[in-house]
Design a protein around this ligand. Structure first.
Ligand code: HEC
Length: 444
């Protein structure tokens, strides 16, 4: 995105450190949220379909509870999903300043698709809420035929929104993963330059599968926690309901967690050598350790149907996220070392240029500086606190540099005057005002 380069300035070395921290925080919000959104959408639609097909109200209730409990309200969805993604986008735009590659465009496209996908899923959720209201009316007696027809229309619409919403979320996620994978591999910046090539890239698919399995792991963990652990679990649920939810949530969390190390390992095979460092291996180790504990606890939950550790599992999953995000960010920063050196040089150059710009502005502003800083003590022909310029400036006989040097750093000259206090000007400003004074004196 070339337009962006005009707004974004190249970051220097310290700035990159700050951006890295912000990036980690944003990812730590965005990835779990989007994983939950994806997983809960899939499960809800799956149970909704199953319920309608078999006519079993239990499945429909599960479908509704999943989407109700796991996807937060719209405002929170914006804060946890869209806002961090916009931040991530802007940070990448800074870090990848001047790089010729498609990551930034892809990230932008994924942002747009995520927004539409989220809106569709919230519409699906609203259709469900409508259905609940309608059912409670139905219980009280017969409803007019028209209302029943309207209800089935809303249901159909809700289902359609859900199918499109899920499709968009999967595509948006692929673009997101593709974009971040390319960003961390300068070696493929030039070669993977369109969406078609994205589809042919093995490391992107590995990271995408890791993303999907992580999404199902966190969704399973969240269901276990919010349905059974948090505040004593879901109220008024039948045993049959509990058994069904427990089973699929534990399986989702377990299979998702088991697949994570497989894809993490496969991913390291494609990691550029320049990306590795001891820090990367340490955090990879932490990640695997946390996954191992999660798997053990899940196995225990599944075997014994004991929900004591549901909360621990859910929170440990956030450790998995944290470790693996830090590991990826370290890899990213290692791989982009050369690029960052270029950026740093550019930032310095730009800073110098900026100073240059101040010179230009100020040389026109010599008069302004005189009016602001000197006029209180100096006139051209009358003595004030300082001597009139008519008397002192001709002494410099056109040596602008020398006069500027005095203004920049005044020395004691004439015993009949007090010393002139330093006016704290920059050299360029001193030159500008010196030029103004000199021009004016020589004209008279
Ligand atoms: C607080 C009062 C004060 C201000 C403000 C001040 N000056 Fe002076 N300036 C003096 C005094 C007093 C002297 C005489 C110092 C001496 O002879 O040692 C002096 C001397 C000078 C001289 C003569 C130096 C020489 O070689 O004899 C120049 C030129 C000059 N000032 C320029 C400036 C300019 C330009 C500014 C504004 C950026 C400025 N001054 C602001 C008090 C001031």
């Amino acid at each position: 995105m070339n337009i962006l380069d005009q707004f974004v300035i190249p970051p220097n070395q310290e700035h990159i450190g700050l951006l890295t921290v912000m990036q980690i925080i944003s990812l730590l919000t965005f990835l779990p949220f989007v994983g939950l959104m994806l997983g809960s959408s899939v499960f809800s639609v799956f149970y909704n379909r199953k319920g309608k097909k078999t006519g079993n109200a239990l499945y429909v209730k599960i479908a509704k509870d999943i989407i109700d409990k796991l996807t937060v309200g719209k405002a929170a969805g914006f804060a946890l999903g869209i806002l961090p993604l916009i931040t991530i986008f802007l940070i990448y735009a800074q870090m990848l300043y001047g790089a010729k590659m498609i990551s930034i465009s892809l990230l932008f496209l994924s942002l747009v698709l995520y927004i539409i996908g989220f809106i569709f899923m919230y519409n699906y959720k609203s259709a469900f809420q409508f259905e609940t209201i309608f059912n409670s009316i139905k219980k009280d007696g017969s409803v007019p035929e028209e209302a029943a027809r309207y209800e089935s229309k809303v249901n159909l619409l809700g289902m359609r929104y859900a199918v499109w919403g899920i499709t968009l979320l999967f595509i948006a996620s692929f673009l997101f993963v593709g974009s971040t994978t390319i960003a961390a591999k300068p070696a493929i910046w030039a070669s993977v330059d369109n969406i078609l090539k994205l589809l042919l890239s093995a490391p992107i698919w590995i990271n995408y599968l890791l993303f999907v399995s992580t999404s199902f792991a966190i969704t399973g963990g969240a269901i276990l926690y919010f349905f059974f652990g948090w505040q004593g679990g879901i109220a008024g649920a039948t045993d049959e309901y509990k058994e069904e939810v427990k089973k699929f949530a534990a399986v989702s969390a377990f299979v998702g967690s088991l697949l994570q190390p497989v894809f993490i390992f496969a991913g390291t095979l494609f990691m550029p050598l320049s990306g590795s460092s001891s820090g990367v291996y340490v955090f990879a180790g932490f990640t695997l350790l946390a996954i191992l504990i999660v798997c053990n606890l899940l196995y225990y939950i599944y075997k014994n149907s004991d929900m004591r550790f549901a909360g621990a599992v859910f929170f440990l999953m956030f450790f998995v996220f944290t470790f693996s995000i830090v590991k990826d960010q370290l890899t990213f920063n290692n791989s982009l070392k050369d690029h960052f050196l270029v950026l740093n040089a550019k930032a310095e150059e730009l800073a110098k240029e900026k100073e240059g710009m101040i010179v230009q502005v100020n040389s026109a502003d010599g008069e302004k500086i005189y009016n602001e800083k000197c006029i209180a003590c100096h006139k051209f022909d009358v003595k004030l606190v300082g001597p009139p310029y008519q008397e002192t400036v001709p002494k410099y006989s056109g040596d602008l540099k020398k006069l500027a040097a005095f203004v920049y750093n005044p020395q004691k000259v004439n015993p009949s005057y007090p010393a002139m206090p330093n006016q704290g000007l920059k050299m360029k400003e001193a030159e500008a005002v010196a030029k103004f004074i000199m021009d004016k004196v020589s004209k008279k």
